[in-house]
Ligand binder design. Structure first.
Ligand SMILES: [Fe+2]
Length: 349
């Protein structure tokens, strides 16, 4: 299976992963042979690209940390919480959330050897739901690698689901504005962590560490974040991890005000701001765990050759194993002597 940017998708290609919307409805099944109508439909959805199953990349296997159905029900649960809360319906959802959180935590712990490696195929309109589910899963992965106790992992994943719930109190026009916000709008927007904290503590029964992580997910390590300008270890441990997961997913997504950044660009951005915006320990864990060159993607080497990323090596995220496009041979950038002078110069996305 390999990843193709949307402009390279053609009729006749076989879809490698099913495509679904935020409500969990399947739009196109896995192994669908794409028609011209399917191709224009995928483009219309606004997804940046899809996974395609082809003969060449047959042995490139994409393993996910969290099973697709668990991920899908996470998106549904988030959607449910947000829509009900926005409609003033305060049915207790702690149990449904807790069940899904447990499944995610179990998946994360079981798949300890799998690197987080996904270019999320998400549509533009349903951003908040996909984003919250992604942040929950990614935070769970980072938390597990930080050796958090299982109970804290559960709280961290729960906080991932709920971190932006305060946005239901912010005018949607402000949230999706493809322009610079006015001072007044910016203040309203920056109030969402506090609004979320108050909403959750007033209406639900979540543990205090979940509430704090929601409250503090925009605080900066150097004390220049919001809303309370907390600093370093004044910021709760879960919020420090959540912050990295939130920024990673937001930057790799398509938003009204920016195109998705490449994973490599985002990892570099976050590493560059370690100790300033981000907690250094959380950054260190992220740099070892997130695939800079996700499996299935095409890259260019410094000698001009191209290959598909076949496998990543933990801790050496810049030196994956590739399947070369010209010869079909595998090249391990970490261990093959012939590859020691080569670097990846470009991710083709
Ligand atoms: Fe937020």
């Amino acid at each position: 299976m390999r990843y193709f940017p949307i402009n390279q998708i053609k009729a006749g290609m076989i879809l490698g992963q099913e495509l679904h919307d935020a409500s969990g409805k399947m739009l196109l099944a896995q192994y669908t042979k794409l028609t011209a109508e399917n191709v224009s439909y995928i483009a219309f959805l606004g997804v940046p690209g899809v996974y395609i199953d082809d003969q060449f990349s047959k042995e490139v296997e994409i393993r996910e940390v969290v099973r697709p159905e668990v991920r899908r029900s996470a998106v549904q649960i988030v959607q449910d919480i947000f829509l009900k809360a926005a409609g003033g319906e305060l049915t207790p959802q702690e149990k449904a959330i807790q069940e899904n959180v447990e499944e995610i935590v179990n998946n994360v712990l079981e798949n300890d050897d799998v690197m987080y490696n996904l270019i999320e195929v998400k549509t533009y309109d349903d951003y908040t739901y996909f984003h919250s589910a992604n942040v929950a899963i990614l935070a769970g992965v980072l938390g597990a690698k930080s050796k958090l106790p299982q109970k804290d992992l559960g709280s961290l994943v729960t906080a991932g689901f709920l971190h932006d719930i305060g946005k239901i109190f912010v005018n949607p026009d402000i949230i999706n504005a493809p322009r610079q916000l006015t001072e007044e709008e910016r203040i309203a927007m920056m109030d969402h962590p506090r609004r979320g904290y108050e909403f959750l503590s007033g209406n639900y029964n979540f543990p205090e560490e979940v509430l704090l992580a929601v409250y503090e997910h925009h605080e900066w390590h150097d004390g220049t974040g919001y809303p309370r300008r907390l600093k370093g270890n004044q910021i709760s441990p879960l919020a420090r991890i959540l912050k990295v997961a939130d920024v990673y997913d937001a930057m790799t997504s398509r938003r009204p005000y920016h195109e998705p950044y490449l994973p490599s660009e985002v990892v570099e951005y976050i590493m560059g701001r370690s100790g300033m915006e981000f907690d250094p320990e959380s950054v260190r864990v992220m740099a070892n765990e997130l695939s800079v060159y996700p499996v299935g993607c095409e890259v260019e080497l410094s000698d001009g050759r191209h290959g598909i990323v076949a496998e990543n090596h933990r801790g050496f995220v810049l030196r994956p194993t590739l399947k070369l496009l010209d010869s079909g041979k595998m090249l391990d950038l970490l261990n093959d002597h012939s590859a020691l002078n080569l670097t990846i110069t470009k991710l083709m996305m």
